[in-house]
Design a protein around this ligand. Structure first.
Ligand SMILES: Cc1cc2nc3c(=O)[nH]c(=O)nc-3n(C[C@H](O)[C@H](O)[C@H](O)COP(=O)(O)OP(=O)(O)OC[C@H]3O[C@@H](n4cnc5c(N)ncnc54)[C@H](O)[C@@H]3O)c2cc1C
Length: 449
């Protein structure tokens, strides 16, 4: 590709999906402009993945730095797209770029509508994860977690939060509450190693006794299932606290119980049974209720996208083209779609968790970004190239008019050099992280002066 047929693509969101889109299209010789809400790039690779996973995080960071050094990649952090934010979707569409990819992740909070969930001591997993990863706006706020924390959900996010509660907050007990049974647990067996030293094996045995008849009703042998679950408790990370971890299976939260100060004192749970559903099972409520004592509750049930971004939205996801194209990968899956006009939104695409909220690990988001880049390339093949200087000039004018404060790669370098000097200085888990956007912006200004 030469400079005359290079296209300009705007990528919104610099997480694993957006960075994969940017990398593929930049490699193909296009000009890529990355706009990111956070000052720092990486998305959940920076502010989601457990902070002590230094090898995984370091590897991703290196790849992303390499990408951002490319002369045809233009990065602007601290820029939020959405209604009432720095720029709107319409502003972006007016910039004259060939395509826009939204890879802004799943920023909305999924609620399961449990009565009483405004009590003190109720948290959403994303906020807790952002807190211990020190995302500005979350890292510097207190998260008082109590002594006995119930986490609703049995996926990897539940494990990460348990790890933080057990090893860093030193709570007394963590209980993972599962709608279905132990066979349907969702966490990766490798991940459970981070907390399995603290497993309350007697408590788990008692829980299996409690549910054994309901497991047998769907052909599951409680002893075999318990063996399968507990045999995964190998290569456990060293124990650093006396906290106990357990499970409550076949239980759906119905109500948060609060005391006179609106502080959580427990959960009302409904007993469930399992029913076969195709190759899987479904939880069916038995209308039998009981109180489960705890003083904090964390909902770790996945996330949804944030509708305030301004793209057509339905049932927790941005709407994509329902009409299959027959291409491989299917272009329709990545195209934003307006159901009021029954039209594809020309030149607007979705990738990663913005397309499929809370779906998979970094590798899955990266692959989604790679596929999206293929779809975008196909779309751009018939388009007249845009002039990157003109697009960047218009963007600069808009930033000025909106009083935005974008941070470019030079600014990121300033932050990185200060970070290196401050490693080990604070009580952060893993690496040093800034607590606030203000602190970062001040450093960038000083460093560039
Ligand atoms: C708690 C937790 C732990 C995890 N641990 C692991 C792990 O150990 N290993 C693993 O492989 N995977 C892990 N994952 C999964 C992995 O983080 C995701 O698969 C991946 O980050 C999704 O990538 P994404 O680019 O789609 O979204 P994100 O990573 O969420 O990135 C979205 C980006 O968009 C930006 N953005 C958001 N809104 C806007 C806006 N309005 N305007 C502009 N920019 C915006 C954000 O600043 C962010 O940079 C974990 C996920 C969670 C939640």
């Amino acid at each position: 590709m030469n400079a005359t047929n290079a296209q300009v693509i705007i990528v919104v969101g610099a997480g694993p999906a957006g960075m994969a889109v940017a990398s593929s299209l930049a490699k193909a010789g296009h000009e890529v402009i990355v706009l990111n809400r956070d000052i720092k790039f990486g998305g959940l690779a920076e502010y989601g993945i457990f902070p002590a996973k230094l090898k995984l995080r370091g590897g991703l960071k290196k790849q992303y730095w390499d990408l951002l050094q490319q002369p045809n990649v233009h990065y602007f952090g601290n820029i939020t797209i959405g209604n009432g934010n720095d720029l709107t979707v319409e502003d972006l569409r007016g910039l004259g770029a060939g395509a826009i990819v939204f890879s802004s992740g799943a920023q909305g909070t999924k609620s399961i509508g449990v009565e009483g969930d405004s009590a003190h001591g109720v948290f959403h997993a994303k906020d807790v994860v952002f807190h211990f990863n020190r995302l500005p706006g979350y890292g510097d706020r207190p998260f008082e977690m109590g002594k006995h924390v119930a986490i609703i959900g049995v996926g990897d996010v539940m494990v990460d939060i348990s790890r933080w509660l057990i090893n860093y907050k030193k709570v007394e007990r963590v209980t993972a509450i599962a709608r279905r049974g132990p066979v349907e647990r969702k966490y990766n067996p490798k991940e459970i190693r981070s907390v399995c030293s603290n497993m309350d094996l007697d408590g788990i045995a008692t829980e299996f006794l409690r549910i054994k008849d309901r497991l047998a009703a769907v052909g599951q042998n409680a002893d075999d299932v318990r063996k399968g679950l507990t045999e995964e408790f190998t290569k456990c990370a060293p124990k650093v606290s006396d906290a106990k971890m357990g499970f409550q299976f076949l239980a759906s939260p119905k109500r948060i119980l609060a005391d006179g100060h609106n502080q959580v004192r427990g959960l009302e749970l409904e007993e469930n049974k399992l029913e076969p559903k195709g190759d899987d099972t479904a939880a069916v409520g038995l209308k039998q209720y009981y109180e489960f004592p705890c003083d904090s509750v964390v909902f770790a049930v996945g996330d949804k996208v944030d509708p305030s971004l301004g793209l057509p939205y339905k049932n927790g996801v941005f709407v994509t083209n329902p009409n299959k194209t027959g291409n491989d990968p299917d272009d329709a899956l990545f195209q934003a779609y307006d159901e009021t006009t029954n039209q594809v939104i020309d030149g607007v695409f979705l990738a990663g968790w913005a397309r499929k909220a809370s779906e998979g690990l970094v590798g899955v988001a990266k692959r989604d970004g790679d596929w999206c880049a293929e779809v975008v390339s196909r779309y751009l093949a018939t388009k007249v190239p845009a002039n990157v200087t003109a697009v960047l000039d218009t963007l600069a004018t808009l930033f000025k008019a909106r009083k935005s404060d974008p941070v470019d790669v030079k600014g990121l370098h300033v932050l990185q050099s200060v970070e290196k000097q401050r490693q080990g200085e604070t009580d952060c888990i893993g690496e040093f992280k800034y607590a606030s956007t203000h602190e970062m912006l001040e450093l960038v200004k000083k460093g560039k002066a």
